[in-house]
Design a protein around this ligand. Structure first.
Ligand code: HSE
Length: 407
């Protein structure tokens, strides 16, 4: 029998407890041992839980219990999660977490501690919810040089955009529905402003390129400025708007990383990924494109990934799983204004098409009443900003601009 503790009994934590209880026999046959929930840490009371007698409000009950070998951190946030996880690892306990904020902020340090203590620190659920992505990248794709990783990494924003596109739903109503369904973060600003997706692409970039990428080094835009006009005009050009986290390796060895809404062509495999589903494309030099798809948020999908890590920890009590990246200083990341892409631009003003063509060169245009939308050729963002200033000084108002995702 392996004793585990679960820190946090919210959406994911209660899902982990549920799977460990309802799938007890299935897990026993896969592992050859029972996984026993010895303690659950939460400040709230859960008198109706079948394991109500195992709840504690005191972290010391977990850290001081020598029988607890694996600790699951599903509290979210950095405080007190960071401190608790560090103490568990230093006490020789393996840790499994779904906490992307924690991994994106402190992954390199926690992996180093785990290595030193010869225990495991695993976080499959931190990216893509129920979709296997960390393990495939570290194991199945290990032979590849990864040229690019691009994904729809946030279920809440994908759900909101889908509802706006397909049902003409208002942004706020769609967000409320996503919160009711348990997809959104405690503070949904992290979803809609792109920080959650940013943390996830940071984790994948760190994994792909071996150096920690901190969220502060990554230019991040959310979906709050996206309007139904953008959605409709994008569609007229053959694109759908998605919030994308993307990292590319450049020929000089540096990386180009960003989180932003992008126009994804209908023919892209990511364009049909809707609602709370996530999709992640990994471009390997041996495999070509590999796409991972599934539920990126929600109680049982996320808990499923957590439980898989618990089982892996239980199977590797003596021998550490190799999962590691070094600390990073951001010097391997290009300035986001130097990143090159084509742009979708929505404008209004007299003779907008002629003026835009004069300034941007070859463009494709679509008109809608007073508005004009056009797509530019590829250029750096710095170059694009300069041209927009010239366009505005010629009397054309830029209403919005969105990158074209070459994915
Ligand atoms: N708020 C996150 C999302 C939860 O919507 O994707 C899963 O990380």
């Amino acid at each position: 029998m392996v004793s585990v503790a679960i820190m946090g009994h919210g959406v994911v934590g209660s899902g982990v407890a549920e799977i460990l209880l309802t799938h007890k026999q299935k897990l026993f046959s896969g592992l050859g041992e029972e996984i026993y929930i010895k303690k659950v840490l939460d400040l709230r009371e859960f008198p109706d839980s079948p394991i109500a007698d195992r709840f504690t409000k005191n972290f010391e009950d977990i850290i001081n219990d020598l029988e607890i070998r694996v600790v699951v951190e599903v509290m979210g946030g950095l405080k007190p999660a960071y401190d608790f996880v560090k103490r568990c690892l230093k006490a020789g306990k393996s840790v499994v977490t779904s906490n992307k904020e924690l991994v994106a902020a402190h992954g390199a340090e926690l992996l180093a501690i785990a290595k030193e203590e010869n225990v495991n620190f695993m976080f499959e659920a931190s990216v893509g919810g129920g979709i296997p992505i960390i393990r495939p990248m570290t194991q199945c794709l290990v032979a590849n040089n990864v040229g690019e990783v691009a994904g729809i990494l946030n279920g809440t924003t994908n759900f909101i955009l889908t509802k706006m596109i397909e049902d003409g739903m208002q942004f706020e109503d769609a967000l409320k529905l996503a919160q009711d369904l348990g997809f959104a973060e405690r503070n949904p600003a992290a979803d809609i402003e792109g920080h959650d997706a940013c943390r996830k692409i940071c984790i994948l970039a760190s994994l792909a390129y071996g150096k920690h990428v901190y969220p502060e080094s990554v230019h991040t835009e959310g979906i709050t400025a996206i309007t139904l006009d953008d959605v409709n005009l994008a569609e007229a050009f053959g694109y759908v708007i998605k919030l994308i986290g993307r990292v590319k390796k450049l020929s000089d060895g540096r990386i180009d990383i960003i989180t932003a809404p992008m126009l994804v062509p209908f023919k892209s495999q990511l364009s049909n990924i809707d609602n709370e589903f996530n999709g992640i494309m990994v471009r390997g030099d041996c495999t070509g494109d590999v796409v991972f798809y599934g539920k990126g948020a929600g109680k049982l999908p996320t808990a499923s990934a957590v439980v898989a890590d618990i089982v892996d920890c239980c199977k590797h009590m003596k021998e550490r799983r190799f999962l590691f990246w070094a600390d990073g200083d951001g010097r391997n990341i290009i300035d986001w204004r130097e990143s090159v892409s084509a742009m979708f631009v929505r404008v209004t003003g007299a003779d907008a098409a002629a003026k835009a063509e004069q300034i941007f060169g070859d463009i494709n245009t679509v008109s809608d009443g007073d508005m004009l939308a056009f797509i530019t050729c590829e250029m750096t963002y710095a170059d694009f900003e300069e041209k927009c200033r010239t366009l505005e000084s010629a009397g054309v108002r830029v209403l919005s601009h969105i990158r074209i995702g070459d994915i």
